[in-house]
Ligand binder design. Structure first.
Ligand code: FES
Ligand SMILES: [Fe+2]
Length: 353
């Protein structure tokens, strides 16, 4: 079950050029993406209307894309503008064109009804070019349904266990307080305090315990934005259940991530992870740490997916840790149901309420 009337990250902006069309599968649909001469991105169905050759094997010519099987040429609108050897072009000579936009270091594609595509609904992603952070772009493909990846990000209680040799190496399960989950427009906000042990990777906190204020937003359809601010140990006493104010953090880090379903069983995971700009020298160390940790997630989630296939009819159990997952599922389920009823407008009103 996919939500179509929303923007999905199709790739990092730097992945697309006017030189070479790129093939992508999103929500089971074959898509080709290229850039026009002014740099603006174009997304077309990756299937020529003539003999179904992939247009991603074609050639960008000016603002158009030419199929390199028999040479039909398509404009960014999807309309065929040239058929070799045939002066008259019938109106049905066209392929589907998808709304697409560059925003926040990424290229975002609208997979539903084009008439409903509203660029103000592109998630408030914070991309790798944001000057506050030092991040490199990453991508990882999963043999798993996107919901399992979303669920993993909606419950970070797995960090001290699954990531006990990477992200969780400086944490103990007892040092992680129960998160609060708050509903926000088109998503949830999850916040909690964590006790951090000294981290030798980060010079600013190499020799001291810290209190980490961890706060993240998880937004439709699968956007994850997490801040972790490291404060002197004891800061929680003054701010037991909220973000500290008037206290300078010792260290800050951030991660932006986006999950895009490719098919029911395959998903794509885009990530950036890094320290604040004043410790930009750690950019590569953070990237490698992220890569290690996200691979740990991938191995577990792909194994989980196999078990789900094996025991498909059996119900999973829910525990208190799953509050964020349950809230986000309710939001997505309601939007998917509204879409099935015919349109996104009603959904938007309900989500804002
Ligand atoms: S398949 Fe594209 S022109 Fe023939
Ligand atoms: Fe994880």
């Amino acid at each position: 079950m996919f939500l179509h009337n929303c923007w999905y990250m199709a790739g990092w902006s730097r992945d697309f050029s006017a030189e070479k069309p790129v093939a992508a599968t999103i929500l089971n649909e074959p898509i080709v993406i290229y850039r026009q001469s002014d740099g603006s991105p174009v997304a077309l169905q990756d299937r020529c209307c003539h003999r179904f050759a992939p247009l991603s094997l074609g050639r960008v010519e000016g603002d158009d894309l030419r199929c390199m099987y028999h040479g039909m040429r398509f404009a960014a609108s999807g309309r065929c503008v040239e058929i070799p050897g045939q002066p008259k072009i019938p109106p049905h000579a066209r392929v589907r064109s998808y709304p697409i936009a560059d925003r926040h270091s990424g290229v975002w594609i609208w997979m539903g009804d084009s008439a409903l595509a509203d660029e103000s609904l592109i998630p408030e992603f914070v991309g790798i070019e944001d000057p506050r952070w030092a991040m490199k772009p990453g991508r990882m493909d999963y043999n798993a349904n996107y919901v399992l990846i979303n669920d993993n990000l909606l419950d970070l209680s797995h960090i001290p266990f699954l990531h006990n040799r990477s992200l969780g190496a400086a944490l103990t399960p007892e040092g992680v307080s129960r998160p609060t989950v708050t509903k926000i427009p088109r998503g949830v906000r999850i916040q909690n305090w964590i006790i951090g042990e000294p981290s030798h990777m980060i010079p600013s906190i190499a020799n001291r315990k810290t209190n980490i204020w961890q706060a993240y937003e998880f937004l439709v359809p699968g956007v994850f934005l997490l801040h972790a601010d490291f404060y002197p140990f004891g800061t929680t006493d003054a701010f037991p259940d909220r973000e500290p104010s008037g206290v300078e953090p010792l260290h800050r880090q951030f991660t932006c991530q986006a999950v895009t379903p490719l098919t029911e069983d395959r998903s794509c995971y885009f990530f950036g992870y890094g320290p604040w700009a004043k410790e930009a020298g750690l950019i590569e160390a953070f990237y490698q740490l992220g890569l290690k940790a996200f691979n740990e997630d991938r191995v577990m989630i792909e194994a989980q997916q196999k078990n789900i296939h094996r025991f498909g009819d059996e119900k999973m159990m829910t525990v208190a840790l799953d509050a964020g997952i349950s809230q986000f599922h309710r939001i997505m389920d309601e939007m998917i149901r509204a879409e099935a009823r015919g349109g996104a407008a009603g959904t938007e009103e309900r989500q804002q309420a």
